[in-house]
Design a protein. Structure first.
Length: 327
């Protein structure tokens, strides 16, 4: 820092203010300091800074099955928002979200000295593990808890499923069949509830849902079953990957989409617009989820958990070519 101060012709306190983005620095002085930093290739000594501020500038993230689009996109959104805020991210990915594994991951991150933790907890079992958070540890859960003393950021799964189901009903379909996600997932519960409530509010019959596991294979098997049933004209799959499997099965059975059966997914994965036909789906904004997680966590770090927050992100609906009015 002394070399930067000498190069820019300012005091080391001025350099410190520029590095910490302090507002009380003249624009020309800031530009001179930033130019000196660039010329000298200066990098902050984060270890020394942590000793002074008592903060590591590192946030921990606990997640599960990052091969799935939702968790992977959530982590990316969190990491991007943390980087924009000047924080590093340490990620622990788990094969199982049982309470013991989540507790071990949180303990591991606490031992690393992270300033706070985000737990991407789509299953109820992971939410239960949050009961053992270290005292005073700033924490945010994505989807995973209904406790009053843990802040939560989530997407409105119920509303997303309502959007999908209502769209199909508005196209004139008598009812909508549902390929659900696996048990214990909060997304599964929310999407089931939204689908069922939309049908009940419209006074329509509620078919028995077909259970899936988020995979295209599960959607394919459900699609083969649906193709053999009488009266099926509309299907809402709980994610785009299962919708892909449904489309493949219907194609193999000679069922035309959307002429004979309309199909809606959930997620709006990047590939969904290239499905055959392009998929109508519910879009989740994981960048907004990540930004809210970091904003809530940094508020806890800076001022303490004066009030626990629950932020709900609304999904949107994308209409493509896999749905049409009944004929």
């Amino acid at each position: 820092m002394a070399d930067v101060a000498k190069e820019a012709g300012v005091s080391h306190q001025t350099v410190s203010r520029v590095l910490n983005d302090h507002p009380n620095v003249r624009a020309d002085t800031r530009a001179r300091v930033e130019a000196a930093i660039t010329r000298l290739g200066y990098r902050r000594n984060l270890v020394a800074r942590a000793l002074v501020t008592k903060r590591s500038r590192t946030l921990g993230v606990v997640s599960f099955d990052t091969t799935l689009y939702g968790p992977a996109s959530t982590i990316y959104g969190i990491e991007q928002a943390a980087r924009d805020a000047g924080y590093f991210v340490s990620i622990v990915s788990l094969k199982s979200l049982d309470a013991a594994s989540v507790r071990d991951a949180i303990d591991y991150l606490a031992e690393q000295g992270v300033d706070g933790v985000v737990v991407v907890a789509p299953q109820r079992s992971a939410g239960r593990a949050l009961e053992s958070l270290p005292v005073g540890m700033p924490a945010v859960a994505v989807e995973g808890t209904h406790r009053a003393d843990v802040s939560v950021v989530c997407i409105d799964q119920i509303e997303g499923a309502r959007l999908a189901t209502r769209h199909l009903l508005e196209q004139g379909h008598e009812t909508v069949w549902h390929v659900s996600g696996p048990a214990d997932w909060l997304e599964t519960e929310g999407r089931l509830e939204g689908w069922r409530s939309a049908l009940e509010e419209a006074g329509r019959p509620v078919p028995e849902p077909l259970a899936g596991d988020w995979s295209p294979r599960a959607g394919y098997e459900a699609g083969m079953s649906l193709a053999s049933m009488d009266g099926v004209t509309a299907v809402f799959a709980a994610n785009d990957q299962m919708a892909l499997g449904v489309l493949r099965a219907l194609s193999e059975k000679g069922v035309r989409v959307p002429d004979q059966i309309s199909v809606v997914g959930f997620d709006d994965i990047p590939e969904s617009e290239f499905f055959s036909p392009p998929l109508t789906t519910v879009r989740q904004d994981f960048d907004v989820v990540g930004r809210h997680c970091i904003e809530v966590l940094l508020r806890q770090i800076d001022v303490g958990p004066t009030a626990y927050e629950r932020l709900v992100v609304r999904p949107s609906f994308v209409v493509r070519s896999s749905t049409a009015a009944t004929r």
